[in-house]
Design a protein around this ligand. Sequence first.
Ligand SMILES: Nc1nc2c(c(=O)[nH]1)N[C@H]1C(S)=C(S)[C@@H](COP(=O)(O)OP(=O)(O)OC[C@H]3O[C@@H](n4cnc5c(=O)[nH]c(N)nc54)[C@H](O)[C@@H]3O)O[C@H]1N2
Ligand SMILES: Nc1nc2c(c(=O)[nH]1)N[C@H]1C(S)=C(S)[C@@H](COP(=O)(O)OP(=O)(O)OC[C@H]3O[C@@H](n4cnc5c(=O)[nH]c(N)nc54)[C@H](O)[C@@H]3O)O[C@H]1N2
Ligand code: SF4
Ligand SMILES: [Mo]
Length: 756
Amino acid sequence: MRTDFRTCPFCEATCGLEVVTSGDEVVSVRGDAQDVFSHGYICPKATGLKHLHEDPDRLRTPLVRRGGELVEATWAEAFEEVDRRLRPIIGQHGRDAVAVYLGNPNVHNLSATLYNTVWLRALGSRNLYSASTVDQMPKQVSAGLMFGTMLSIPIPDVDRCDHLLMLGANPLVSNGSLMTAPDMRGRLRALRERGGRIVVVDPVRTRTAQVADEHHFIRPGTDALLLFAIVHVLLAEDLTEPGPLARHCNGLDELGPLAEPFTPEAVAPACGIDAMTIRRMARELAAAGRAAVYARIGSCTQEFGTLTNWLVDVINVLTGNLDRPGGAMFPLAAAGQRNAQGTGGKGRGVRFGRWHSRVRGLPEVFGELPAACLAEEIDTPAEGRVRALVTVAGNPALSTPDAGRLTRAFGELDFMLCLDVYLNETSRHADVVLPAPDPLERSHFDVAFNQLAVRNVANYSPPVFDRQAGMPDEWQTMLRLAAIVTGQGPNADLAAIDEFTAGALIRMELSVPGSPLAGRDPDELLAALEPRRGPERLLDLLIRSGPYGDHFGARPDGLTLAVVEASPHGVDLGPLQPRLPEVLRTPSGRIELTPAPLVADVPRLRAAIGRGIDGSLVLIGRRQLRSNNSWMHNLAPLVKGRDQCTMLINPADAERLRLVDGDRASVTSSAGSVQVPVEVTDTIMAGVVSIPHGWGHDADGARLNVAAAHPGVNSNLLADSTLLDPLSGNAVLNGIPVQVTPAVAETPVGAVASAG
Ligand SMILES: Nc1nc2c(c(=O)[nH]1)N[C@H]1C(S)=C(S)[C@@H](COP(=O)(O)OP(=O)(O)OC[C@H]3O[C@@H](n4cnc5c(=O)[nH]c(N)nc54)[C@H](O)[C@@H]3O)O[C@H]1N2
Ligand SMILES: Nc1nc2c(c(=O)[nH]1)N[C@H]1C(S)=C(S)[C@@H](COP(=O)(O)OP(=O)(O)OC[C@H]3O[C@@H](n4cnc5c(=O)[nH]c(N)nc54)[C@H](O)[C@@H]3O)O[C@H]1N2
Ligand code: SF4
Ligand SMILES: [Mo]
């Protein structure tokens, strides 16, 4: 029996786990009571580590399509096939003919966070897509414009906050997002116990709403109107108190005229929240000692996503709560945080639209194009068409809009490569599938989520198990791809490429103005990282040159990977600290409260003021405690019991549509149609229905035996890929107009008649 401590890689909460193993068997997975951040908290998904390790459907060998069938192949054969198929496409049609889609688990994977960029740079395609544009891109755009980098996202300092206003987030189910905070239930309870108040704004009375002091139903997609009305009240009633923030801000005086038309009375009919309540919300925010506004996926995947997320931080500034304890603060992570590099206080800021998508002419954002236009880039003929697709830890067939068209478009590709641990709705279309070690067979460090956490911590997890014979680690697969796309072939010397990668990262660190390593000899630094290789070498470099680092001996008490490794329960780097103005990377060196692209989008919102609620239905999504997007439905303990993929509908709507609990409804949008069992509940507001995403596991050719037994439906067959937040290119996945009717009796549940 052996006990290992490691960080759970499944969601953003980064809980510490105690994993007991015997040989190759996982005996138990429990919360690590000594973890410096999570103190023993876990959710039901944690034991998924055991079931994922044991899942007979999880891929352990590459698959290569031969004579139409995906068959097992050796790693050498698989890489040869990738080389044979991909190189001619690049040669004939250029690099942009290869599109890449990066899925969510990449951010939870150390190999991928450090090595995706290596092979993506080597490929050099402008057709890069990711789950970011079906998720948080609006927040990244607003944060980038206001503070200067895409991860300069203010995080609610929930442990010291007295008043928390939450929109479009259900952390009691999701365990928090863009707010890494294990045990949100405990943290929210503590907030209330110290006399604080929690206000939730959501079209559903969620579990989070149930533990709040106050919950307000809101018509989907109208959060920006509500928030602008709050800004209006703060300004009109002279309730703003930016205090010392004022001298760090540009644009304070421009907010008044912008907010002018957004009176509570004007926006109330569209939001479905009365004007008196909006005024009270604003006054209470202003009166609270330490308050934070926090908005998550419901606020992003909507028509006005970027404006909404901008207004969140405008209010945090106007109430004086940005960058102060108990307000919304900037974390300072140990490794890889762009807004902690070099001198700081100023930077290059962000630029968008350096290139545009071929078909719709949509602008690039942080190097990516909207996932909502991937299908048309494949299936629209003419010069510049995407001919090959590489997916890395993504399942766009279930997670991106107009999934029906995308699935058909896969059939028009000349080559498709999936790096994935399952043969699922997406990878079943691949010509080559390359699996990855399971999470217990690899090391872990949350480069991304430490930058979004309510407390500064660092936690490294070594692998629990050896990788099975022949299985490369995922960073090695990525280097192999780098070699293939640069014409070095499938048998290139990976050690040399890795050596080059580490050297390049060192030179990049040295070139940052104000780098603590300035003037040092790159070869000496590379030698100091010996004998580490792969992600550990890069991670050690990032930690040692980072804000807590030992700066390669210059600060002998500083942090190194070795110090973190020696602390199996994590290193506590303390509560969040004020970081203004050092955190800023805007060209002006100030917070941009009214960036031009955002101001230019305000008229679009103004036009929405007058929208009434006309009795039509709109669709939103939701998350479920025992589910993780599309990919943990093959783990039996997480899917046992009642059908989770149901449509929530208010009793008034159900009665009007003659639907009874347990009936099946047919749901139709401009993109497609699905049939789904109905759950009648007054926890959802009238006029809104909710179907979770990530289901629809009834596809031929997938190898998901458990998931196929309770497939559910693919809600993204209903999402219209033409509906976007224009500034971020983010898909509108909440607030989709739908028609609902009782389903025709003979059609089996889950059957799909896709239009579009
Ligand atoms: N309608 C609607 N759609 C949504 C959302 C919504 O709220 N509503 N939410 C959106 C959000 S927030 C997100 S993040 C996306 C998620 O969208 P995706 O990232 O496209 O989908 P996932 O379900 O996370 O799929 C992850 C894939 O990675 C594979 N995988 C898991 N671990 C590894 C690994 O270590 N290596 C490799 N190579 N593969 C691995 C899994 O088998 C799976 O195929 O969905 C989005 N789609
Ligand atoms: N158990 C579990 N945990 C997860 C995931 C999972 O699939 N399962 N996925 C992970 C991922 S990838 C992410 S991005 C995070 C997301 O984390 P959260 O943002 O907390 O996600 P949800 O639980 O979907 O909560 C979103 C809420 O927004 C509401 N909403 C929908 N439309 C609107 C709107 O227009 N306005 C307002 N105000 N509210 C609206 C929905 O009713 C829902 O309650 O969760 C992560 N954690
Ligand atoms: S809350 Fe997230 S990180 Fe914590 S145990 Fe559950 S899935 Fe893992
Ligand atoms: Mo996400």
